[in-house]
Design a protein around this ligand. Structure first.
Ligand code: UDX
Length: 455
């Protein structure tokens, strides 16, 4: 049933990375389904496909990095966006707000109560303040990882510890151990400190924080958050239970792998994907390839052409004999319809980098994980998966083929994996309950709408 339109327009501004665009557009779809009109202001770099969202208004703004190869994006570029977009976003919002005061056209006459922007686009708080517009921040990763970014000085101190202490628990940030903390070196220190510090400070200054997470999943981190951040908090995830990420995919999803999955036995296939940003070197790639082949488990592997450290290289250089060895056992695509893949009955495990979207999507389909986190929030998400929820096991970085093969078999065919599958099935049920009527995320969404309408 079509929701009665409210005559209220929400303006959203995503961070232009796949793992951030997906949850922002899902949030927009959720709010649209609740009767709000939607305008998405976005950078020209990695601009979303507006034709998949015919009910939304899209407005591009200049960003100064639109010619950049999306595979080369770095922390420094995110910092640059926080500078380059100040004036264009302010001008754009000013135009929308003043059109509202003078126009007679129905769309433009709708009041705009607030701006909703990605937490990492921290400059948006200053822009909103200058226009007297409340801002709600969307943090697209786990609450746990946000807390550790907020404790930046702890990470910095621990980064100075010798390697022998990598496994030591971080008492300030349970359940993390030293090696889970963000890697900070003197080269990235200034950039990270500035970006993450501002993200946290400006989130604190916002009129509320929205999370793509749910209460039962991150209870203890949410309790700590409420002590440290005395602002309204809305845990309304997992968003993709309500709207799929497919329509905001920047790359074309190759659906042919679903037909291949149809030919495989139930829970036999390991799905392998490192998301949209991680890159690997030649040696890691070769070990991955032979580890997968030697495990004897069927696999579906996402190999992006831009996933190699060597940026000159287009596409993979397959090790000699590999493609012949895996005939019938392996399916390789450049980009998959991930949600459909994880929901497929043939998929029994997910070898992931633990980007937050992938982690949530795996939980919601009851798929246990083999975790190989690479940077940022991923190691903290992986710690939750392997040691708190116990629905996955961790692979060591730079694992060699023998370790990979053993880990895959532990997850896919041994009792240990079966137990993880049972535990993740129970988390899957909790995720279903929370988004249904009366569930915690459903109630939190009502609180969010009340907050928006109170501005
Ligand atoms: C980035 C960071 O790396 C991650 O740590 C952070 O939590 C969010 O931003 P990314 O690396 O792309 O994201 O990973 P992830 O968060 O897992 O998001 C990837 C998205 O792309 C998921 O929604 C997934 O469904 C989608 N995807 C992935 C596809 O549609 N097809 C694929 O083949 C792989």
């Amino acid at each position: 049933m079509e929701q009665k339109r409210r005559g209220v327009r929400l303006v959203l501004f995503p961070c232009p990375l796949q793992g951030h665009i997906n949850p922002m557009l899902q949030l927009a779809s959720i709010l649209y389904s609740k009767g709000f009109s939607i305008t998405i202001i976005h950078t020209r770099f990695n601009s979303p496909n507006s034709s998949n969202f015919p009910h939304f208004t899209f407005i591009p703004i200049p960003d100064g990095i639109s010619d950049l190869d999306p595979n080369s994006i770095s922390l420094a570029h995110l910092s640059l966006l926080n500078i380059n977009c100040v004036v264009p976003l302010r001008d754009c919002l000013l135009r929308l707000l003043s059109n509202h005061n003078i126009t007679t056209s129905s769309a433009e006459a709708e009041p705009i109560p607030c701006l909703i922007s990605d937490a990492i686009m921290h400059f948006t708080q200053g822009v909103a303040d200058s226009l007297n517009l409340p801002r709600l921040a969307l943090r697209t990763s786990s609450v746990e990882s946000f807390l550790s970014f907020a404790a930046f000085s702890v990470s910095w101190q621990k980064n100075c510890l010798p390697d022998s202490q990598l496994e030591t628990p971080v008492t300030e940030l349970p359940p993390l151990i030293v090696k889970d903390l963000p890697m900070i070196n003197t080269f990235t220190l200034d950039c990270m400190y500035q970006l993450l510090g501002s993200m946290v400070d400006q989130a604190k200054a916002s009129s509320g924080l929205i999370w793509n997470s749910f209460d039962d999943l991150e209870q203890s981190a949410l309790a700590t958050l409420s002590q440290q951040f005395p602002i309204p908090v809305f845990t309304i995830g997992p968003f993709h239970k309500l709207f799929s990420a497919s329509s905001s995919s920047l790359l074309t999803q190759d659906h042919s792998c679903i037909a291949w999955l149809d030919t495989q036995p139930p829970k036999s296939v390991i799905y392998v994907s490192y998301g949209s940003l991680v890159s690997i070197d030649e040696a890691e790639f070769v070990e991955m390839a032979w580890g997968l082949a030697n495990s004897n488990c069927p696999f579906l592997w996402v190999v992006r052409s831009g996933m190699f450290h060597d940026s000159e290289r287009v596409g993979p250089l397959w090790p000699d004999g590999f493609l012949e060895t895996i005939k019938g056992k392996g399916c390789i695509v450049e980009w998959a319809p991930q949600q459909d893949v994880l929901a497929h009955p043939a998929v029994g495990g997910f070898w992931t980098h633990n980007g937050w979207n992938s982690t949530l999507e795996s939980i919601c389909e009851g798929v246990p994980m083999l975790c190989l986190p690479c940077f940022g929030d991923q190691s903290m998400n992986a710690r939750l998966v392997s040691h708190v929820w116990m629905v996955g096991l961790q692979l060591e970085n730079k694992s060699e083929r023998g370790q990979i093969e053993r880990s895959i078999r532990r997850l896919m065919v041994e009792k240990e994996g079966e137990e993880m599958r049972e535990r993740v099935a129970s988390l899957k049920e909790k995720a279903e309950v929370c988004v249904n009527k009366g569930g915690s995320s459903c109630k939190s969404l009502e609180d969010l709408m009340a907050r928006i309408l109170s501005f």
